[in-house]
Design a protein around this ligand. Sequence first.
Ligand SMILES: Cc1cc2nc3c(=O)[nH]c(=O)nc-3n(C[C@H](O)[C@H](O)[C@H](O)COP(=O)(O)OP(=O)(O)OC[C@H]3O[C@@H](n4cnc5c(N)ncnc54)[C@H](O)[C@@H]3O)c2cc1C
Length: 348
Amino acid sequence: MTTLEIQHDVPLAPLTTLGLGGRARHFTRAYDEVVLVAALRWADDQGLRSAILGGGSNLIVPDEGYPGLVVQMALGDLEFAPGGRVIAGAGVHWTAVVDGAVSRSWAGLECLAGIPGLAGATPIQNVGAYGQEVADVITEVRVLRRDTLTFESLTPAKCAFGYRTSRFKRDPERFVVSSVCFALREDGPGSVRYAELEKIVSADASLDEIRRAVLALRRKKSMVLDPDDPNRRSAGSFFLNPIVSASDAERIVDQALRERLVASPDLLPRFPTSDGRVKLAAGWLIEKAGFEKGTRRGAVGLSTRHALALVHHGGGTTSELLAFADEIRDRVQERFGVELEREPRLLA
Ligand SMILES: Cc1cc2nc3c(=O)[nH]c(=O)nc-3n(C[C@H](O)[C@H](O)[C@H](O)COP(=O)(O)OP(=O)(O)OC[C@H]3O[C@@H](n4cnc5c(N)ncnc54)[C@H](O)[C@@H]3O)c2cc1C
């Protein structure tokens, strides 16, 4: 067991992948559940707000910082139990979970290789990539209720997972995720059901081949954390892929053909969802609204390899980043009548 140690006036930018924003008035790391509870109680007793930080890869810190207590999750237990069961403390690096599963030939997470951050954050936005998402394999999420400071276990149904969302994302003040339990398939076949992946690995590829292929695809788009990559300071995809009605999708296809944005309807990327609506590619809308990859606005811009990632080139501010994001959102709305929603959370 560790004890509660509160630091003051701690810069948050180095703790995020964007490298932007001000300081936390108070800061601590929770290495176990006792300290986590003590930290939140300390903030309550001081009449302060508190916020949870994982690996800072999906978080935007305002320039003015955070006036309360930031608790960084450091609960580091990781267990690979018989039967393909994985129990990961919220502070475990996601890479350790994926790599540990793949090395045991446990299927279910191989396509989620290379996603930065910590295990405890994965249920928050139901992280997903290349045809997999954590909701497919989560069996239980252990949480701390912030109102009563007591722990409980939530079933997947209670987590209300959706596309890049969950109950935790919709209601961020309610729970802190303490650990996550996954049920993987021992010696199960890997998942190759995403067009880009199908082009480079066979349907019977090993889990490690799939993992490596995913990492190679991600690297090409600057979607892994690489200290030598000029696009390295980002929060991944800045906007969600919008889900629109079938009639809106048809309207956009007509517009794209009329304006010669595509030569044929099948060249406009879109994917039917199970409820009859259509998911559009936010990156396509952004580029066709006039923002080429690499577009710069001072110290911020679009990644040169991925139109959906906003990048900080150093020496910038969060205000600049948010102003650029607003410009993109407004232009896409004007051009296509589609509202883009920001993916990373603003620490406010
Ligand atoms: C290069 C890059 C590529 C990415 N690719 C993908 C991708 O392919 N798919 C994808 O889904 N995401 C992707 N992301 C986004 C991000 O990596 C994930 O959302 C990740 O799960 C965030 O983890 P984190 O620990 O960094 O969370 P943070 O950024 O620290 O936190 C994100 C949010 O979750 C909350 N939170 C974090 N931990 C907890 C907890 N234990 N309990 C309660 N709330 C918590 C925070 O308060 C905050 O609101 C990418 C990001 C980058 C930078």
